[in-house]
Design a protein around this ligand. Structure first.
Ligand SMILES: CC(C)(COP(=O)(O)OP(=O)(O)OC[C@H]1O[C@@H](n2cnc3c(N)ncnc32)[C@H](O)[C@@H]1OP(=O)(O)O)[C@@H](O)C(=O)NCCC(=O)NCCS
Length: 169
């Protein structure tokens, strides 16, 4: 079932059938560098990660990271969605795409629709985002969405400082 539709994209819930895509995305070098290493190395790991993180998020929070499919191919291109982290005061928006689907405006288009959903359906009034200081592509997407740099944060004491962005909705 599609949760969100834009001009070119469908956003739908991830299912365990998407394990091959999740395995590929979570091991993409840019994902590992900019988002982190989730320790997912096999299809079995990917199925477990989908059940715990993606499906668990939908159940616990009523939202999460959705799978983005271009309407023309219906191929899994990336993920985009919302997460509430314990260490941040508000929900944050995030996205990651496989290399062949980058630089097509899909991150901007899907994230703009996710912010509309956050405001219109979930009733959120403020959204955050985090990005590595050297992740120029991600920061450009956030600025196009109207988020502004607020301050540096650490998501865990042992992790390096990253940039926190915010916007009222
Ligand atoms: C970050 C990421 C989602 C950007 O996706 P994308 O599909 O390239 O984004 P878009 O096509 O919507 O591009 C948005 C803008 O960013 C710019 N941009 C994209 N990559 C860029 C880069 N490496 N350096 C500078 N600008 C970049 C585009 O030119 C575009 O600007 P414009 O509209 O003014 O032309 C993608 O590179 C990715 O999945 N990276 C790995 C995971 C990741 O880093 N996720 C974010 C974690 S915070």
């Amino acid at each position: 079932m599609n949760v969100i539709e834009t001009d070119r994209l469908y956003l739908r819930e991830v299912t365990t059938d998407d394990a091959p895509f999740v395995l590929e995305l979570l091991n993409d070098p840019d994902f590992l560098r900019n988002v982190g290493d989730r320790g997912v190395r096999t299809l079995g790991d990917a199925r477990r990660y989908i059940a715990e993180s993606f499906l668990g998020g939908y159940l616990r929070q009523g939202f999460g990271f959705w799978l983005v499919e271009p309407k023309d191919s219906r191929a899994p291109a990336g993920i985009c969605g919302l997460v509430k982290r314990q260490m941040l005061p508000d929900v944050d928006v995030g996205y990651a795409f496989l290399p062949p689907f980058r630089s097509k405006g899909y991150a901007s288009e899907s994230a703009a629709a996710v912010l509309d959903y956050a405001r219109g359906v979930l009733g959120l009034r403020r959204v955050l985002a985090v990005a590595n200081p050297d992740n120029a592509g991600s920061i450009r997407v956030l600025e196009k969405l109207g988020l502004k740099f607020e301050r540096m944060v650490r998501l865990a004491p042992e992790e390096p400082e990253i940039k926190l962005f915010a916007s009222d909705l």
